[in-house]
Design a protein around this ligand. Structure first.
Ligand code: WT7
Length: 688
């Protein structure tokens, strides 16, 4: 009894100590529904309003045949869903297939000379590059041959550290052809952040590039790759080979020269393997396709492992029936391939359907905020896929789509909640009221969309994501696991009642973390083999309206979503603590007009250190160098002490209030020194 009570108090304190995005979320009222334009109602793959019924609960899990049958299988599966070891579900058991074959080879007959990838460089005077499915097939084979010659084989891991160039999907697909597990690290991450992911994945080979263009600047990326390899070596992990692509075929453009014996230019290797064909390796459906690292609530990123069969079926299925990508579409997703959105909705999903994807190297605001519409006009883009942060920025910079002649059918938004006024601009100015805005909610862990409406038959709801995606049954639980009924207006934990094929297989080398992070809290019976007892916990807060449309409020845990990028608060705090003199660090989400949230960092100093702008700057740079520019705190405030509870926990909730200019601190009686709150307020907002 006593132990239980103590635990409860501990929990309370823990709750006080952390602050979630959902708690600082801006609430907007009930917003209207908008019917899809008539043209889309006619053209969409799904025009039958009863289509959703195929995926109703009674048909689960067999309903996912519809997705899996979009793929070519070397051996058909015998069991759709194996739940014998919850929550490590296995989909399409007994089946064998190859992801590269499905995304490339099988399209040659029908679409061989159709564009698979249109690559648009950031410098506007540089010509585009088009790869047909034949080109892709040819190049993927040569790269696969190179990988094979290095002794890499199915089940090995390789880390890719590459920007938005066609060589990235080529390399990913070459890995997939051989069953090699790729782990692509976002090129905007720092060298040390990349090192951490190389070590965790135990990759012996790193594939990178000399440099690339971003926002008008040449980024010398090989330098970052060197840092990654060196940091890994310092921590006892040897990267044996580094393969380097060149942004320009005829020159190597990095200050960091290739290191004899370790570094190899892809250009030279490709020459040796020119014209080679490599048979694809049929892989078990439940084998890993790739690892994608994401931030969690501890300092260490989690490696989400995605499967070949379930994942590919899920992304192909959502791309066809929800995203509504047709072979004649030009699909442009602005996300970086280094994030899950790029893996699922630039590379694997669209290519599995034989679509044409446009890949743009740079930022949408370069050289001016009309660039996206010039690209759309010039290449006939029909589907645009981006994040609210990009839309907000373009809108703010005075981007004017009306000057350009293009026509979108589908406008996807993903990554953060989209405010009604931003939604309206996306729909009216960007979409010219001819396109459907599709707000898609999901996560790195989930492989593909969890909530989205069917664009041809269901209305959009401004500022809300849709109902559960096909075959997905979301539910909202309160703190104690009781269901909050739709239409009640109350927020709670959004969970998914059932398994689905896109969910990660596990966390790389840490399966326990999957149970703890996503299932433990609301698991009804840990002994049970019935999936109904194992709801998936997304970690977001949401409300659900009467019609079953969900509105996501933000994370409920120690994660901050900055401009659609997910950052762990502990990662940022640990980076700050590496600076000499820093005693304590606490980071909180501050609402930001452009980025959704930005991290505000509070630090206190050890005895003998005086607050100075230099220390604040050092802390900023430390976070930037250890994680990457996206994590850079908006502000670093040096405070005399943290608002702390008697048990010594920092009350981040109070700091979040201060950052967001709010004085509704709530109960401050548990603080050791309540007067500190006023002092910190003055530091942040000035006196008065
Ligand atoms: C978190 C997942 C998977 C796509 C990119 C981000 C937030 C995602 C939405 C949306 C409101 C959203 C959630 C989620 N999020 N989509 N449509 N509306 N919030 O992937 O880095 O794994 O982050 O992004 O908070 O948990 P991620």
């Amino acid at each position: 009894m006593a132990g239980g009570k103590a635990k409860e108090i501990e929990k309370e304190i823990e709750k006080e100590a952390r602050i979630s995005e959902a708690e600082v979320a801006v609430h907007w009222g009930e917003e209207e529904y908008i019917e899809p334009p008539e043209e889309i109602k006619r053209q969409a793959y799904v025009t039958d309003p009863t289509f959703r019924e195929k995926f109703k609960e009674e048909n689960f899990p067999e309903c996912f045949h519809i997705y899996a049958d979009l793929l070519d299988w070397d051996r058909y599966w015998h069991t759709t869903l194996d739940t014998s070891n919850p929550p490590f579900w296995k989909w399409f058991v007994g089946g064998k297939l190859n992801a590269c074959y499905n995304c490339v080879d099988r399209h040659l007959k029908k679409y061989g000379n159709k564009a698979a990838i249109i690559w648009v460089p950031e410098p506007e005077d540089e010509p585009k590059r088009v790869l047909t499915y034949y080109d892709l097939y040819y190049q993927v084979n040569v790269v696969a041959s190179v990988l094979q010659s290095l002794g890499l084989k199915a089940g090995d891991t390789v880390t890719l550290y590459m920007p938005m160039v066609p060589e990235l999907p080529i390399t990913m697909l070459a890995c997939a052809r051989l069953g090699i597990i790729h782990s692509q690290v976002f090129s905007g991450f720092s060298g040390p952040a990349c090192a951490e992911r190389i070590i965790d994945a135990e990759s012996k080979v790193l594939i990178t590039i000399d440099g690339y263009w971003r926002n008008g600047k040449w980024i010398d990326h090989k330098k970052n790759a060197d840092i990654a390899v060196n940091v890994a070596a310092e921590r006892g992990h040897k990267v044996e080979k580094v393969l380097i692509w060149q942004r320009y075929r005829d020159r190597y453009n990095s200050e960091s020269k290739p290191i004899e014996g370790r570094d190899f230019l892809m250009k030279d290797l490709l020459k040796e393997h020119r014209g080679k064909k490599v048979p694809y390796v049929p892989m078990p459906a439940e084998a890993p396709l790739f690892i994608m690292y994401t931030s969690g609530s501890t300092g260490k990123p989690k490696g989400c492992v995605h499967s070949i069969g379930g994942y590919l079926a899920y992304v192909a299925g959502t791309c066809k029936y929800i995203h509504d990508i047709h072979p004649e579409d030009i699909h442009w997703c602005m996300a970086d391939i280094g994030w899950i959105t790029g893996h699922s909705y630039i590379v694997y999903g669209p290519l599995a359907l034989g679509a044409t994807v446009l890949i743009y190297e740079g930022v949408p605001t370069y050289p001016d905020p009309d660039r996206p519409w010039r690209i759309a006009e010039r290449y006939g883009v029909t589907i645009l896929h981006t994040a609210p942060t990009a839309i907000r920025l373009l809108k703010k910079l005075g981007s004017d789509p009306s000057k350009y002649d293009y026509k979108f059918r589908i406008l996807v938004t993903v990554g953060e909640p989209i405010e009604p006024e931003v939604w309206r601009w996306y729909y009216t100015a960007v979409g010219k009221k001819q396109a459907v805005v599709l707000d898609t909610w999901w996560q790195t862990e989930t492989g593909g969309w969890l909530c989205a409406h069917l664009p041809g038959v269901e209305p959009m709801k401004l500022g809300s994501t849709g109902p559960g995606a096909l075959g997905i049954y979301p539910v909202i639980y309160d703190e104690n696991g009781n269901e909050i009924p739709p239409g009640s207006g109350k927020a709670g934990y959004i969970c998914i009642k059932n398994p689905w094929p896109g969910r990660m297989l596990t966390i790389w080398k840490n399966p326990e973390r999957m149970i703890k992070g996503y299932y433990e809290k609301f698991c009804k019976n840990k002994e049970s083999k019935d999936w109904r007892d194992w709801p998936y916990i997304a970690g977001d807060a949401a409300t659900c309206d009467k019609r079953g449309y969900f509105r996501i409020l933000g994370r409920m845990d120690d994660i901050i979503n900055v401009a659609g990028h997910r950052l762990g608060t502990k990662e940022i705090e640990s980076a700050a603590l590496t600076v000499e003199g820093v005693a304590e660090a606490a980071v909180v989400p501050k609402i930001d007009e452009l980025k959704g949230h930005v991290p505000d960092l509070y630090i206190s100093l050890k005895d003998g250190y005086e607050p100075s702008p230099e220390i604040a700057e050092k802390v900023k740079m430390a976070v930037r160098n250890i994680i990457g520019p996206i994590a850079t705190p908006a502000h670093v405030y040096i405070v005399p002490d943290m608002p702390k509870t008697r048990s010594g926990k920092i009350m981040r909730r109070v700091l979040a209030c201060i950052s967001n200019g709010r004085k509704d601190f709530g109960d401050l009686t548990t603080l050791i020194d309540p007067s500190i709150v006023e002092k910190i307020w003055e530091i942040v907002h000035g006196e008065g």
